[in-house]
Each structure stands twice: as C-alpha cells, then as structure tokens.
Unconditional design. Structure first.
Length: 296
C-alpha cells in the first residue's frame, strides 16, 4: 500500500506535529564546539537515533534528520566533502528507523556560501543540493525540509534540486528577524510574502518559517503568509523564545513547554498546518504541542 503524502493529510484539515531542536541534544551527548554534527550520523549513530526517537515518543508525526549542514559545500570546511552522500544517506536511515510509519522530513540547510560574492556558481550550489537530496531519499526520507533560508536564489536552487531529481515532497522555510518598523525580513531583506512567493514559484509543496523567533512572533509571520497565500500549507518551527546569555556565556531559552503550548491556538488560527520547534525546544515542548492539538 502506498504511503500517504504529507500534503494529502493536510488537505483533510488535520494539523500535524513536527519535532524540536537537535543540536542541544548532540552537545549534551558530547558534541564539541567546532566539531561537525552531521558526521555523528556515521560516528555516533546510536546517539543520533536517540534524538530522533525521543521526538517520536513525544508524539511527533514527523522528524527531521541530522543533515542540516551536510551539503558538500558546507562539509568541505571539515574536510568531509567527499563523504556528503554517505553522511546524508546515513542520517536519513537513522531517522527512518526511529520514525517507523511516521514521516521523515530530511533537513537541508544553507550551504554557507553566498552567490552574490561570486565564490560559488549556481551550478555548483545546485549540484551540491542535488547530491544531498538524492542521498536523503535513498536513506528513506519522505520529504526534504529546506530550512533556515534567507536568500531566494539559494532556496530556489535547493527546491529545484530536490524536485528535479527525487520524488520527495518539498518544505521550504525562511528565517526572519523583526525590524524596528515591526516588520519581518530575512537577512537578505525578503519579507514573508516575498520569501513564500519565491518558494512556491520554485515548486515547494509546503512553505513556512523556522528559527529566529519565539512562537508569539511566529504568529504574525504566519498570518502574513496565510493572507497572501490562503491555499498554501504552512509549517512553523519556532524557537523556545529568544536566547538569553548568562555571565558565563551559557545560552538558555526562556519559553517553557507550557508557555509555547499556550500560543498554539493562535498559531493555528493564523494559518499554521504543521507545528514543531527549533532552537531550545525539547521533547517536552513537542509533547505539550501534541496535547494542545489533540484537545482542539
């Protein structure tokens, strides 16, 4: 029997729950600053599996993969560009094993290169994303979550690379910062409407926003996207608030699971179809979101 696609479920009106932060868990398990987290899919597969499984146990309908920085362009800084396909396939296989019959939405983050600087060509960036996407599909992913984007050109290349070379559904999310004028813009100046338009024009099946904001601010971003594209499906991965740095330089995120959960009805009302977490969120946050959506 063919597995339902994510968009087919969303068309029924059902709201889905995604996962939360990964990096915090990997650091707790021994990842050091300056290490390559994506390589852990090869060197520490059991630890990576534990992170993935913790979110399934918390009630997530879908989990990501430990592959956010696993494009060859990003991995080259660790001397691992030649292992890009191996790392991505391993990451997807780990999450596939943890997910069971739930969805795996494979993480694809920015390459760290800027096309406008001229140090990488569009073709090179496309090929890097293509290699990553093919390996993630081979490892068992159901969709690609192209996330934390700020540049329309890079996002477009990533979306095209997935759509033209795999059968994966495509989720594309951008990160926005609040301006003094109480507007939201990416680092490259895109508004939520402009970013969503670029993603949809490139073939994204689901659009949205992740990182950079707590759940309350995400509501305003989602509302703008939904008003511009009322028929589009929207995913939100909010931080657990904005990070607070103590005198020792340690960062914490202030929004408890209860605080985050209290904003979920407003987020749904604004137009969100899939809700999960980004930096600072834990399985407890996902469990709280799950409960709210179950009770609606």
């Amino acid at each position: 029997m063919t597995k339902q696609r994510i968009t087919e479920i969303l068309q029924t009106g059902k709201k889905l729950v995604s996962d939360g932060a990964w990096g915090t868990f990997l650091f707790a398990k021994g990842l050091k600053a300056g290490d390559c987290p994506d390589e852990w899919s090869l060197t520490h597969p059991d630890d990576v599996f534990d992170v993935a499984a913790s979110y399934i146990d918390a009630g997530a309908d879908m989990i990501e993969t430990n592959s956010f920085g696993a494009s060859s362009l990003k991995l080259k800084h660790f001397g691992l560009a030649d292992k890009a396909a191996e790392i991505n396939e391993a990451a997807a296989r780990i999450s596939r094993r943890a997910a069971g019959d739930k969805f795996v939405i494979a993480s694809i983050g920015p390459t760290g290169e800027m096309l406008m600087m001229g140090n990488v060509s569009e073709e090179e960036m496309y090929e890097s994303f293509k290699e990553q996407a093919i390996a993630l599909e081979k490892g068992g992913a159901d969709a690609a979550c192209i996330e934390t984007m700020s540049d329309a050109e890079e996002a477009t290349l990533a979306i095209r690379a997935v759509k033209e070379n795999t059968g994966l559904e495509v989720i594309a999310t951008f990160t926005f910062e609040r301006t003094p004028m109480d507007e939201y813009r990416t680092m490259m100046g895109l508004s939520p409407t402009e970013a969503a338009q670029a993603a949809l024009d490139s073939g994204a099946d689901i659009i949205g926003t992740n990182c950079g904001n707590g759940v309350a601010n995400m509501t305003q971003i989602v509302k703008e996207i939904h008003q511009a594209f009322p028929d589009a499906f929207i995913l939100v991965h909010a931080n657990a608030g904005l990070p607070v740095t103590d005198s020792d330089g340690k960062q914490t995120f202030p929004e408890t699971p209860e605080i985050m959960a209290s904003h979920i009805p407003a987020l749904v009302e604004a137009g969100a179809n899939i809700i999960g977490g980004c930096c600072g969120t834990t399985p407890e946050h996902i469990r709280a979101i799950r409960k709210i959506l179950n009770d609606k």
